[in-house]
Design a protein around this ligand. Sequence first.
Ligand SMILES: Cc1cc2nc3c(=O)[nH]c(=O)nc-3n(C[C@H](O)[C@H](O)[C@H](O)COP(=O)(O)O)c2cc1C
Length: 172
Amino acid sequence: MADARILVVYYSRTGTTRKVAKSLAAALHCDSEEVVETSSRSGMFGYLRSVIDARRQVPSRIAAGASDPSLYDLIVIGTPVWAWSLSSPVRAYLLANKPRLPAVAFFCTLGGAGSDQAFGQMQEVVGKRPVGCLSITARDVASEKYAPQLVTFVETLQRTLAEDRSTATSVA
Ligand SMILES: Cc1cc2nc3c(=O)[nH]c(=O)nc-3n(C[C@H](O)[C@H](O)[C@H](O)COP(=O)(O)O)c2cc1C
């Protein structure tokens, strides 16, 4: 596990997904990178535009990321749920980096409904099954009640990486 290269990539409009992403990166002892849009989504207009973009499954314009995902063993990708969907900035990241993605895991934050749909869309875009999925409500993030879920998710990722490495070693 100590040698596994993991990157947490996330988008966050209002800070909730960022908080979970930072906790995950700390627990996994790995780098994190925020997906940054080239235009603002603040305010009521930004909210409405987000709903429309998500429902139409439109990728947004994002700045080029600093990290090359192909240099990692696992990319852990986080999104807020928008209109029962994947957020447009994360859709754009997945589309832009699809050929360079190694194994993937997904996480999302949400008000309460739509995580399965969002994860299904993420899997459809990248064309591969995630090694794990984690959804956490914004309420649990605000009240700092997400540690048990986070620990279970991290253990799943660590176990999967360890199994993959032992399979690779026995084949070699
Ligand atoms: C445009 C928009 C649409 C949303 N749609 C949903 C939804 O369909 N289901 C849900 O449970 N929460 C929904 N939410 C709530 C967010 O998923 C939730 O607040 C999330 O934690 C925000 O993450 P962030 O602070 O990282 O941007 C929506 C929020 C926004 C801004």
